[in-house]
Design a protein around this ligand. Structure first.
Ligand code: FES
Length: 210
């Protein structure tokens, strides 16, 4: 396996050829906020827009989850424009997320909380209008609950489910996009065999065990 050397925030790190920059950074203890990436995804979804970094020689920031490492790459994870982009992306997620941390089973174990703290953001939108949605909460399954109001549409549950069964997917478009089963049936009526993978990868409190 070819091993490449690159520099992230002044620290020289090594990563296998073909590795995405996000994993090269995380494996070397350099945190880059991320919500939608799963290691091993051939075509990362890149939907959360939180993992922007600057690479010397590039005019625009790039998403670290989609960018393969190259020999000699010089990466900066904390430039002013990168921070502006990721703060805006996080603020949009917070504005559309039903924030009820004290009652949420994921409280203190939630990636959105962690990222908000990292970026110095409050979990109440400051600049953007709060978007309250009243989407159906599916409690039909004997093992877990799907609360779409807390879903941040990272797509991780869809991806892991598609690796096995394909019981979950995105439906509708734009602001109406949500996670659903085939034909919109309840989770109990769906093909779900409860492997538990979707619950394990959910970074917030949208999929929680009963
Ligand atoms: S982790 Fe890269 S866009 Fe979500």
């Amino acid at each position: 396996m070819d091993i490449l050397t690159l520099t992230i925030d002044g620290v020289q790190v090594k990563a296998p050829k073909g590795e995405k920059l996000l994993w090269a950074a995380l494996d070397n203890g350099i945190y880059i906020p991320n919500l939608c990436a799963i290691r091993g995804m051939e075509e990362p979804f890149a939907g959360c827009r939180l993992c922007f970094v600057d690479i010397e020689g590039r005019h625009e920031p790039v998403t670290a989850c989609t960018e393969p490492v190259t020999e000699g790459m010089l990466v900066h994870t904390n430039t002013p424009r990168v921070n502006r982009l990721r703060r805006t992306a996080a603020e949009l997620l917070i504005a559309a997320h039903h924030v009820d941390c004290r009652k949420c089973p994921k409280n203190r174990n939630c990636e959105l909380q962690r990222i908000a703290a990292y970026l110095g953001l409050k979990l109440k939108p400051q600049r953007l209008r709060k978007i309250e949605r009243s989407l159906p909460i599916d409690t039909s399954h004997p093992c877990f609950i799907l609360d779409r109001n807390k879903c941040i549409l990272c797509g991780k549950c869809v991806w892991v489910c598609n690796e096995r069964l394909g019981a979950l997917d995105f439906v509708f478009r734009g602001f109406d996009t949500m996670i659903s089963t085939f034909y919109g049936e309840s989770l109990a009526e769906s093909d779900c065999e409860y492997c538990g993978e979707c619950v394990a990868v959910c970074p917030v409190g949208a999929l929680i065990p009963k």
